[in-house]
Design a protein around this ligand. Structure first.
Ligand SMILES: Cc1ncc(COP(=O)(O)O)c(C=O)c1O
Length: 390
């Protein structure tokens, strides 16, 4: 309840009171430090430091000059849906008909559309913690119960059928992410298949977040689409394609959900940004440039894996994909938020406390993002080492 400055009390919804995204608060602290003249090395943000591919920017510039950018169809630009379908054929070797692809405003909108189409208020959807915080916060805001499955190093911070068996009552959905955020771990094909089969046998709708596909180091991230057509598959142009602010993603919807997703999309968003959709067509011709970004992540990863242990961060989750290192720092602190603030104040290195990803055990973990520039990684590691020795 909230009292107006004049008049009676009015209601404020409980569902809107989701927790903050603490990484954004770290970013604010880092920006404040920068505004006061301090230098900051950003290892907190989960976004590539690179721009969109050159050809995408050139196409967007041309389209802007061309004039009208009207709405597209609510499911997205047909050419882009077709191009994504071809991308699956080329990269994964299987057919995903364009008729099942919906273009979304980033993967974030894909989650809202998918959750609304698949689940009702009061349904129960399981997800691993540590995990991307928006899953549980979007579910909560939609009145869906987020069932947090605590995972640890022994299962690479991923859920397994055995762990799911221990959940006391019926689940309606399961969210998996491979590669995952914050742990960066990848489900092997047989592990993902086991989860797909587990869900199929029990009538559980699987939601597979495949936003970090294309960013792996020696392992292959398999799509849930390889094992059937029942999963809601979410993907995005924000990570591999380096088009974060273009707010563009896609969903592969199971046939029986497609019309719901389309109707929801019409009403919630009308369409995804037309400029981004049309320019994104060029992204698929930029593979060498995009793969060079992944090679940079790989060099950053190798550098940090070698140097962070010298700075006391020697308990790291296997970083198979994405661009994160999730560090167990229980030997250094039991308050990761305060610890991150101290690191920022003493060294200028911004990192993310684990409480964003795991509300209970996250106080003993922090996340490093290595999506930034190589010289920043080297300087950050150097400063952390000096700090640790002191
Ligand atoms: C695992 C995961 N899923 C989804 C998103 C949302 O990305 P976007 O809405 O930009 O596609 C992020 C962003 O960091 C993420 O880490």
């Amino acid at each position: 309840m909230y009292s107006l400055r004049q008049g009676a009390s009015v209601k404020i919804s409980r569902r809107g009171a989701v927790p903050p995204f603490i990484v954004m608060e770290m970013l604010t602290a880092a920006n404040r430090r920068a505004a006061e003249g301090g230098d900051v090395l950003h290892l907190e943000l989960g976004e590539p430091s690179t721009a969109a591919p050159r050809a995408v920017i050139e196409e967007a510039t041309r389209l802007l000059a061309e004039g009208t950018l009207g709405y597209t169809e609510s499911t997205g630009l047909p050419e882009l849906r077709e191009r994504i379908s071809q991308f699956y054929r080329d990269s994964a070797g299987f057919d995903v008909p364009s008729e099942r692809i919906v273009i979304t405003n980033g993967s974030s909108a894909g989650f809202i559309l998918g959750f609304l189409a698949a689940f009702d208020v009061g349904d129960r959807v399981a997800l691993a913690v540590p995990g991307y915080p928006a899953y549980r916060n979007i579910l909560t805001a939609l009145g869906i119960e987020a069932v947090l499955i605590e995972t640890g190093a022994e299962t690479h911070f991923q859920p397994t059928p055995d762990i799911l068996e221990e959940v006391d009552s019926k689940l309606d959905g399961l969210i998996v992410a491979s590669p995952s955020n914050p742990a960066g771990t990848v489900l092997a094909a047989d592990e993902l298949r086991a989860l797909v089969d587990y869900c199929a046998a029990r009538g559980i709708r699987l939601v597979s977040d495949e936003i970090y596909h294309g960013i792996t180091y020696g392992k292959t991230a398999t799509s849930a689409l390889a094992f059937g057509n029942d999963a809601i598959v979410i993907n995005s142009f924000s990570k591999f394609f380096s088009m974060m602010g273009w707010r563009l993603g896609w969903m592969v919807a199971p046939e029986e959900l497609f019309r719901s997703v389309d109707r929801l999309s019409q009403n919630l968003y009308i369409s995804a940004p037309t400029l981004s959709q049309r320019a994104a067509l060029k992204a698929f011709d930029c593979m060498p440039e995009l793969r060079a970004n992944v090679q940079r992540f790989a060099r950053n990863r190798a550098y940090l894996l070698e140097h962070l242990p010298r700075a006391g961060f020697d308990r790291l989750a296997p970083a198979d994909g994405a661009f994160y290192l999730y560090a167990d720092v229980r030997h250094l602190t039991n308050d990761s938020e305060e610890f991150c603030r101290r690191i920022l104040a003493d060294t200028g290195v911004a990192v993310t406390p684990g409480v964003d990803f795991d509300p209970t055990r996250g106080s003993g973990f922090i996340r490093f993002s290595y999506a930034g520039a190589e010289n920043h990684m080297a300087e950050a590691a150097r400063r952390l080492e000096v700090w640790h020795r002191r």
